[in-house]
Ligand binder design. Structure first.
Ligand code: GTP
Ligand code: MN
Ligand code: MN
Length: 612
C-alpha cells in the first residue's frame, strides 16, 4: 500500500512505533485501505454504517445491529493467554507458548482482510493523566466498522493518546481480524477462531468473531487480561471484572466507594445504575463510576487503595431491563443517545426494539417485527415460543448518557475504595450479605466465589461453578500468584477496605421465588456494610462472616415476608460444611497458593465445626 505513509501523516500519527505496527499488519492482513479513527469521526462512521446496511435505525439517534447467528457471545474455550514462560500457566488461562500461538494467528490473519478497510483505533483505558495511564494506551486494528463504533463508545479514542507516550513503545498492540464468519466452524471440532493475548509482549491477536466480547479489544482483552498481567508484572495494580459505585449520604455529606465482582450476568450493571429505593432516595444517592471493570492501585501519597473505571461506556445485558428494574439503564439508551442495540428484536418500520422482560409481554401487533436473527415474527407458528431477543443481547452507550454518572468519573485521581464485595448467583447457601473484616479471609472468599452453572445445580449436591473474583474468563496468569499479588496490593493500603459476599438470588426451595426483591433494594445491605465498617452496627458473628440482624437492616418499604427475611439472614451449617470440602478441592488445583489463604480456609472450617 504505497499511500500508507501519507495516510498516517494526514492523520497526524507521529509515534514511529505505532506507524511500524500499522504497516506490519496492513501488509499481513492485506487490507485495501487504512483509516485512522478519532472519536470525532463517530457521526460520519454511523452514517456510512447505515448506508452500508451494517446498522439500521432504531428510532431517532439510536442504532441497531445484528451479529452473525453463530457469533453472539464470548468464547472461553477459544480464548488463550500466551507467554514465553510456562510458569504463567494457570488453571483457567488456557496458557500456550507464545512461539506457537503467534505464528498460528498470523497464518489465519494473512490476507484475511483483503478488500476491506483496516481501521486504526488509538485508545486509552483510563481517564487521561491517571496513575495507571502508562499501562492504558493501545491501538486496535480492526476490519469491521461496527467494531469501531462500539470502541468509540467503550473507550477513550483519539490519536493524541498514543502520540504523547513517554515511551513510544508502551502501547498495547491489538489486532482484530473478523475472518469469514460463515466458514469458521464455530463450536465444532474444526473451530477456526482464536482469541489470544500474548501478555508478555503486550500483543492481542483475535481472529474469527465480530461480537463485542471478542472484538472490542480495549475492553476485555486489554482492560482485563492484559491489564491483569501488566498489573502483576509491574507489581503496581489489579485489573478486575468489578463494578464501581459511590454511595452518597446527603444528611452527613459523606460519600463511600464500593467496588465488586459478580460473574457475568450476575448484576454488576444493574447495581451500578441503581436508583435508590423510594424510601431511601431523600437521603442516599448512588453514583455510577463503572459497571464491568475496575483497576485498583495504592496512591503513593495518601497510601489509600484507589479505583477507577478504564472504560468510557456501558455494554449492558438487555434482558429484563425495564422501568422497574433499571430506569437509569432505559434513560441511558433513549432517543438521541447514539446507543447501539445488538441482537434484540427490531421493527425496522417503526424503529422500535424489544427484548424479553422489557415489558411483561411482547408487542401484540407483531406486524413488521423481526426477531434477533432477522426472521419476521408474523411468520412464526403460534406454538413457537423461542425468545425474540438473544439472551445475551446487549445495549452499548457512553457513560455521559448514564443519568447517575458520578460528576468526577473522568477525573484522573480515581476514588478511594471503602469496600470490596463479591456476589454470585446462588439459590441457596449464601445469605443476603456476610461481611469479612480480614484481608486474607476476604481474598479467600473472593477466590471461592461461585455461581450456579445451570439449574441442574439445584439441591444439596449442587456444586458451584467457581469463578475466582469473577475473573475466571479473564485470568491472565497463575491463580496462586494472583492471590499473592492481590494480598500485596490491597495489603499495602493504609486503610483496609471491608470485604463482603452478597447474594441477591436466593430462592424459596418450594416455589422458586426470589426471597429478596433485589435491584434497587440492594442498596440496603450495602448501607449496613458501611455502617458496620464505621462501627455503627455490630451484626451477628458467624464462621463465614458477620451477618446483619433484622433490626440493623433498613427495611422501610421492602416487600418481604418474615419467613423469607429469616432465611436470607441465616446460614445453613450443613450446606456450608459440604461447601468447605468443595472449596478445598477447588483451591488445591492452584500452584503457589499463599499460606495465608490456606490459613483462612482452615480457620473458617474450624469455626464452622465449633458452631454446632
Ligand atoms: P456482564 O455485563 O455480562 O458482566 O453481567 P452483569 O454482572 O453486568 O449483569 P447484569 O447487571 O446485566 O445482570 C444480569 C441479569 O441479572 C439481568 O437479567 C438482570 O435483570 C438480573 N439481575 C440483576 N440484579 C438482580 C437482582 O438484584 N435480583 C434479581 N432477581 N435479578 C437481578
Ligand atoms: Mn462483564
Ligand atoms: Mn454488565
Amino acid at each position: 500500500m504505497a499511500d500508507l505513509e501519507a495516510v498516517l501523516d494526514e492523520a497526524g500519527v507521529t509515534n514511529p512505533k505505532v506507524r511500524e505496527f500499522v504497516k506490519e499488519y496492513a501488509e499481513l492482513t492485506g487490507a485495501e485501505r487504512v483509516e485512522v479513527v478519532n472519536a470525532s469521526d463517530d457521526a460520519r462512521l454511523l452514517e456510512e454504517a447505515v448506508a452500508a446496511g451494517e446498522l439500521e435505525m432504531a428510532g431517532a439517534g439510536r442504532y441497531y445491529s445484528r451479529s452473525y447467528h453463530k457469533d453472539t457471545a464470548r468464547s472461553e474455550e477459544r480464548t488463550i493467554v500466551a507467554t514465553s514462560d510456562e510458569k504463567d500457566r494457570g488453571v483457567y488461562n488456557n496458557w500456550r507458548p507464545a512461539s506457537e500461538m503467534k505464528p498460528m494467528l498470523h497464518d489465519r490473519m494473512r490476507g484475511a482482510s483483503a478488500g476491506k478497510t483496516m481501521y486504526v483505533i488509538p485508545y486509552l483505558m483510563a481517564p487521561a493523566g491517571n496513575a495507571l495511564a502508562p499501562w492504558a494506551a493501545g491501538v486496535e486494528l480492526t476490519d469491521t466498522r461496527t467494531v469501531v463504533l462500539h470502541m468509540i463508545r467503550m473507550a477513550r479514542v483519539g490519536v493524541q493518546f498514543v502520540n504523547d507516550l513517554d515511551d513510544p513503545d508502551s502501547f498495547v498492540r491489538a489486532v482484530h481480524v473478523t475472518g469469514d464468519l460463515e466458514h469458521l466452524g464455530q463450536g465444532t471440532a474444526d473451530d477456526q477462531r482464536y482469541f489470544v493475548t500474548v501478555a508478555d509482549e503486550r500483543t492481542i491477536l483475535h481472529f474469527g468473531s465480530s461480537y463485542g466480547g471478542n472484538a472490542l479489544l480495549g475492553k476485555i482483552a486489554h482492560g482485563l487480561r492484559q491489564g491483569a498481567y501488566d498489573g502483576w508484572a509491574s507489581r503496581k495494580f489489579l485489573a478486575e471484572q468489578y463494578m464501581l459505585i459511590g454511595i452518597h449520604d446527603k444528611e452527613t455529606g459523606k460519600t463511600w466507594h464500593v467496588c465488586g465482582g459478580f460473574p457475568s450476568a450476575s448484576g454488576k450493571t444493574n447495581l451500578a445504575m441503581m436508583a435508590a429505593p423510594d424510601a431511601l432516595g431523600d437521603r442516599y444517592h448512588v453514583s455510577f463510576y463503572g459497571d464491568d471493570i475496575a483497576w485498583l492501585w495504592v496512591d503513593e501519597e495518601s497510601g489509600r487503595l484507589m479505583g477507577m473505571n478504564p472504560e468510557y461506556g456501558v455494554f449492558g445485558v438487555a434482558k429484563d431491563t425495564n422501568e422497574t428494574t433499571n430506569p437509569n439503564a432505559l434513560a441511558s439508551i433513549g432517543e438521541e443517545t447514539r446507543a447501539i442495540f445488538t441482537n434484540v428484536a427490531h421493527n425496522p418500520t417503526t424503529g422500535e426494539v424489544w427484548w424479553e422482560g422489557k415489558t411483561p409481554k411482547p408487542p401484540t401487533d407483531v406486524h413488521g417485527w423481526l426477531d434477533w436473527t432477522g426472521a419476521p415474527l408474523a411468520d412464526r407458528k403460534s406454538d413457537d415460543s423461542a425468545a425474540w431477543a438473544h439472551p445475551n443481547s446487549r445495549f452499548t452507550t457512553t457513560l455521559d448518557n448514564v443519568p447517575n454518572i458520578a460528576s468526577d468519573y473522568d477525573e484522573p485521581v480515581g476514588v478511594p475504595i471503602d469496600a470490596i464485595i463479591f456476589g454470585g448467583r446462588t439459590r441457596d447457601r449464601e445469605p443476603l450479605i456476610r461481611a469479612i473484616t480480614d484481608l486474607a479471609e476476604g481474598v479467600y472468599d473472593g477466590l471461592t466465589l461461585g455461581a450456579e452453572a445451570t439449574f441442574a445445580a439445584e439441591g444439596v449436591d449442587g456444586q458451584l461453578r467457581y469463578d475466582p473474583m469473577s475473573n475466571r474468563p479473564f485470568m491472565a496468569y497463575g491463580e496462586g500468584d494472583y492471590a499473592r499479588h492481590y494480598l500485596d496490593v490491597v495489603g499495602a493500603a493504609t486503610e483496609q477496605p471491608i470485604f463482603a459476599h452478597v447474594n441477591w438470588f436466593q430462592r424459596d426451595p418450594d416455589d422458586g421465588h426470589f426471597l429478596w426483591p433485589g435491584y434497587r433494594d440492594n442498596l440496603r445491605p450495602l448501607l449496613w456494610l458501611l455502617q458496620l465498617k464505621a462501627g455503627e452496627v455490630e451484626g451477628r458473628r458467624t464462621a463465614v462472616g458477620i451477618l446483619p440482624t433484622e433490626e440493623e437492616l433498613n427495611l422501610e418499604g421492602v416487600d418481604i415476608t418474615p419467613h423469607d427475611l429469616e432465611r436470607i439472614l441465616t446460614i445453613d451449617h450443613e450446606r456450608w460444611r459440604q461447601e468447605m470440602g468443595f472449596r478445598e478441592e477447588h483451591l488445591s488445583q492452584f500452584d503457589r497458593m499463599p499460606e495465608e489463604i490456606w490459613e483462612a480456609h482452615r480457620r473458617v472450617a474450624a469455626d464452622l465445626d465449633a458452631e454446632d
